[in-house]
Design a protein around this ligand. Sequence first.
Ligand SMILES: [Ca+2]
Ligand SMILES: [Ca+2]
Ligand SMILES: [Ca+2]
Length: 456
Amino acid sequence: MIRSLYTFEIGEEFAQMRSVPVALGPGREEAVLFIHSQHPNIDPWSEAFNYARDTLKLSLVSMSGKLLWRRDLDWGVVPGIWYTPVISFDLDGDGVDEIWYVGNTNPKLPLSIDYRVLERIDPLTGEVTGQWPWPKYPRNESMSHTYRYSLAAGYAHGQPVLITAQGTYHDMHLQGYNPGMEKRWEVYIPAAEPGARASHVFPILDMNGDGIDEIFWGERILSMDDGHELFCCDRDNFHAHSDIVAPFIDPADGRKYIYTCREGGGAPRVVTYDFAGNIVWSAVEAGHIHKGWVANIGENRRRIAMAMSLALGASGSECHKSTPILYYFDAVTGEPVEFKLPFQGCHLMPIDFTGDGYHEFYGTGGDALGKCYDRHGNLLADLGASAQQVRSGKILPRPGQQIMLGYGKEKVVRIWGDDAAAETAPDPLCERYHTFMQHLMGSGYNHINSVQSCGM
Ligand SMILES: [Ca+2]
Ligand SMILES: [Ca+2]
Ligand SMILES: [Ca+2]
C-alpha cells in the first residue's frame, strides 16, 4: 500500500521546492536538503521571467525530522533552477556530501555575472567553506541563454569529478574538477559547431562499463574523465536541443537505448538510439516535443514511450498551456501503440512503487492529478491534489521507487512509497543510476515528471 513514509516540516510555506539527499558521514544519520522559496521558480526566458518576492532558502533536515540549519541565499540569488542549481556531492571523499550551488556575493545585483560564484557548504555546520568565481560564460547573450547554469557530478575510476556548466542552446561550456577543486578539464562547444545542444536533463551513467561515468549532454556523450566526446548522436543532422534524454534498458534482452524528444531543429523530433549512438527508430516530423517518458507497462514489462508535442499558436510562456498532441510508441521498435489508460500520458509520470519492474503512475494533471494508478488504471492512492512534485526514483534505500511531494500551504514535504514493495535482484547499474541521480535533482529539470527516474 502506498503510504507516507516520511514527513518533513519545513517551517514556512513554499511555492517552489527542490531537494537532494545529503550523507553526513559514517555513524551519522542521513539528511535531506530542501531548496525552497515562497516565490515560484523563476525562469530566465524573458517571456517567463518575473520579479522575486522572496529569497531562496536552503534547509537541511535530518531523516528523523530535525531542522539542522537554514541558510537564506539573500537577494543576489534569483530563486530559480537555472540561476541557482544545487547538488550534493562528496568531492573530497570523506563520506560527507558537500552542498554545491551557484551563488552571488552581491545582494544588490541579482543579474551580475561578475559577482557570481560557485559556493560549497559543509552540511555539518551549514557554513560556506569554499567560494570560486563562476566561469563568465556566455557573454552578450539573451537572458535565457546567459543564466542557464548546471551542476553535475560523477566518477572516473572511483575518483569523484564535479562538473560546472554554462549554456544550453548556443555556446556551451563545461568544466570538470578534481577533489581540491583543481581543474581537471574544460570543454567549449561553440554555437556554430555541428551537433546537438544541451538538454534540460543530464543523465549520468557508465554506459560502456569502463569504470568512467559519462554525462549525457543532450544527445552528446561526454567522458567524466577528460571531457572528451565519446560520440554525438545524429551530429550532422541535428543542431538544436532536446527536452528529454533518457537512457533505458529493454527488460526482454537487456539491450540499452537512449530515448530523446526534441524541442526543434527539423525532422524527426522523437529519436531512439542504441548505446553506440546509432538511430534505432525515429518519428514525428514537427512540433516542440516538451514532455516524454518510457514506462514498463506492456506485456512482460514491455517499454512504452510517450511523447507530447506542444500545440503552436499561443504566445510566450502561454504556449506551455496549450492543448498538446500525444504520441505513444513501443520504445524499442518505434511502432505506434494504443495507450489504454483513461488519462493523457502527459498527466502521468511513471514510478515503480511496488518494485516489480512494472511502472505505476502518479498523476501530475487532468483527472489523474494527485492520484496513483497501476498500469491498468486501477486507483492505488490519492496523495492530494495540492501537492507539487519534488523528486522521484530511488529516494530511500528500500525496495521499489518513491515519490517526494511538497505541500506548500501545509509547510511539509512527504515521501510516499509502497510499504509492501518487494524487489528481487535489482540490476546494479540501474540501482546505482536511480540512487546517484537523486543528488542531481536540484540541478536542471532532472527532478521533473520522472523524466530521469523513468529511465534504466
Ligand atoms: Ca565530503
Ligand atoms: Ca564509461
Ligand atoms: Ca510496479
